[in-house]
Write a protein that binds this ligand. Structure first.
Ligand SMILES: Cc1ncc(COP(=O)(O)O)c(C=O)c1O
Length: 369
């Protein structure tokens, strides 16, 4: 069986060495020594000023909105994982969807400005598949209209834009360290900012708002444990090798798939890519379903990622935000995009097999057309 992703696990002995430390300190959670060590290594690896290691890549989006005082309209992308929209709604804000660019599926800056109203407070954009948004244009719009920029950078670990971590852009950037990501801590995530005051707020937010015996403010429980930090400490040094292995899998696919009937999103110039996902775009949803069925028949599981376009989620469509509900490019791409299996240990023979099935299924559909 080949799944769309497979988590990397370090040598068990490496992990158990950290477990021995935990058994010695009996410090299991609450800002423990391994968490602090991981945070400091992550800051160094990414070259960022402030970074808080938290429980997942969803709660950090919520914390970002809360910390920036956002409670009205947020202009966001319809082409992301549901967590992006969920965070906006969960914080009581209104998502306003700006359609995406047809070439790389990131939010289209030209679609943002016409949606700005007196209630707009922030732009929350996703760097789709780990590829950078139009960062300068988004920043210029934000400055012109006094908006905050939050990047859902869940996919970007190890990816750079103009030689800086993609996580270093925006007022706040967040990442997911879920087990399936390029770098993982089983479950986990982080929130990154350059702003000292904001970083302090986020520090207290993460732990119920506690400041010693007092309360700094309202807070949430977004603390992560020493066990998760230990996994991160094991995986982090391997990230360059893991990205190199992913890159190799990419080139196998690039050499084997029949690109006369498949397209792929483009990369933003200036991006040092992390090879997080391998999406292919088919000519129709019907072809996509045929390809997915052919793969599943051989015990290979691709993923419709992202699907559906988030402006089409039933809990998003309400009478007072219907102006934001028409995103034809995102709606079209979401029907036709399929992520093929990609992980560092996927072999050349397996990519050969997957590519053969994809090419054949597409050929059959077009012959019958
Ligand atoms: C774009 C995006 N944002 C947020 C998340 C949520 O991250 P987590 O699963 O760590 O909560 C994901 C998860 O895959 C994601 O793809």
């Amino acid at each position: 069986m080949i799944n769309v992703t497979k988590s990397y696990l370090p040598d068990l002995e490496e992990y158990t060495n950290y477990l021995k430390e935990i058994w010695e300190t009996v410090h299991l959670t609450n800002d423990g020594p391994l968490l602090r060590k991981l945070e400091s290594q992550l800051k160094e690896f990414l070259g960022v000023k402030h970074l808080k290691f938290c429980t997942n890549g969803t709660v950090v989006l919520q914390m970002a909105l809360k910390a920036l005082g956002i409670n009205k309209e947020v202009i966001t992308t319809p082409f992301s994982y549901v967590a992006t929209t969920n965070a906006i709604l969960w914080e009581g804000c209104t998502p306003v969807f700006a359609d995406i660019r047809p070439d790389d599926f990131n939010i289209d800056p030209a679609k943002i400005e016409p949606l700005i109203t007196e209630n707009t407070q922030a732009i929350m954009a996703t760097h789709v598949y780990g590829n950078a948004c139009q960062i300068e244009q988004i920043q210029a719009i934000a400055e012109k209209h006094n908006l905050k920029v939050i990047y859902d950078a869940a996919h970007t670990f190890g990816a750079t834009y103009n030689d800086r971590s993609i996580l270093s852009y925006g007022d706040v950037s967040t990442c997911s360290f879920h087990a399936t990501k390029v770098f993982h801590t089983v479950e986990g995530g982080c929130i990154v900012t350059d702003d000292d005051e904001l970083a302090q707020k986020l520090h207290f937010y993460r732990s119920f708002g506690h400041r010693n015996d007092d309360y700094f403010s309202i807070g949430i429980n977004a603390k992560n444990s020493e066990f998760h930090a230990a996994m991160g400490l094991c995986v982090l040094p391997k990230v360059p090798d893991l990205i190199a292995a992913r890159r190799q899998v990419f080139s196998y696919y690039n050499n084997r798939l029949d690109f006369t009937r498949i397209t792929r999103p483009s990369l933003t110039p200036g991006v040092g890519y992390n090879y997080a996902y391998y999406p292919i775009v088919l000519d129709s949803e019907e072809t996509l379903l045929r390809v997915a069925d052919a793969l599943k028949a051989q015990d290979i599981t691709p993923r419709r990622y992202f699907y559906p376009s988030l402006n089409k989620l039933p809990f998003v469509i309400t009478s007072d935000n219907d102006k934001a509900q028409y995103c034809p490019i995102s709606e079209d791409v979401a029907l036709r995009v399929l992520c093929l299996p990609l992980y560092p240990s996927l072999s050349e023979a397996e990519v050969d097999q997957i590519s053969g099935i994809v090419n054949e299924a597409i050929a059959i559909v077009s012959e019958n057309a």
